[in-house]
Each structure stands twice: as C-alpha cells, then as structure tokens.
Design a protein around this ligand. Structure first.
Ligand SMILES: [Zn+2]
Length: 116
C-alpha cells in the first residue's frame, strides 16, 4: 500500500490522503460487494484527486511474478527473489547444497552489494 503515484496533469508526486473502504450505495453489477477497498491520492499542486483500488494480495503476487519473468538473466531473477533476504539467509543460500549455481551467484552479488 502507499505506492508512488504521479499526477497526470502536472507530474507532481501525489500524496496518499485516505486508505479504507468505500461503501456502495447502489450495486451496479450483481453480485458485487457492498464496499470496495480504496485509496485516495491528492496532488499537492493542482489538487487533482484520484481514487485507486489497491491491488489485492493475489494481484500483487501476480504482478511480482510477471516482473520476475520479464527478467531474462537467471542470476538477476534470483537476485530479485532474494532481494528481501537477510544477510544470514543469503549466506545460507551460498553455503547450501540444494541451490543451483545461479542462485548462489545471485546471493553472492547481493551480499557484495550490501557490504559497500
Ligand atoms: Zn497535479
């Protein structure tokens, strides 16, 4: 939640003003839920408002998957997968027997980058 949104008219970064649910007075489609999860963003410069329906956990996962699959290099793919790993977890990948060489290489790359 709270991703960065850019104002379509003045390119300013919009601020999240509200996150919650919007209750539906009339159901347009049936069956439909009584409320939907929404986020309201507002542009600080031109006051453009934007209602956004946030991604569900499943949609977020699908998006991440698609992002991952768009990476061609298998080492880069592993780096993406391991991006939130702790240094301890990365070391485990490097020392572990069950990991392919590309995975170990990715873990080494991430560790090296963090040392800086
Ligand atoms: Zn604006």
């Amino acid at each position: 939640m709270g991703e960065v949104r850019i104002c379509p008219s003045c390119r300013e970064e919009m601020a999240l003003r509200y996150a919650g649910v919007l209750y539906m007075k009339e159901k347009l489609i049936s069956p439909s839920p009584d409320y939907i999860g929404v986020e309201l963003y507002r542009c600080p410069r031109c006051r453009h408002l934007e209602w956004v329906e946030p991604l569900t956990a499943v949609e977020q996962l699908e998006q991440e998957q698609a992002e991952r699959e768009s990476i061609d290099d298998p080492v880069k793919q592993f780096e993406y997968t391991f991006r939130d790993y702790s240094e301890k977890q990365l070391q485990k990948v490097i020392d572990g027997k069950g990991y392919v060489e590309d995975a170990k290489k990715a873990a080494r790359n991430l560790l090296r980058r963090r040392e800086k």
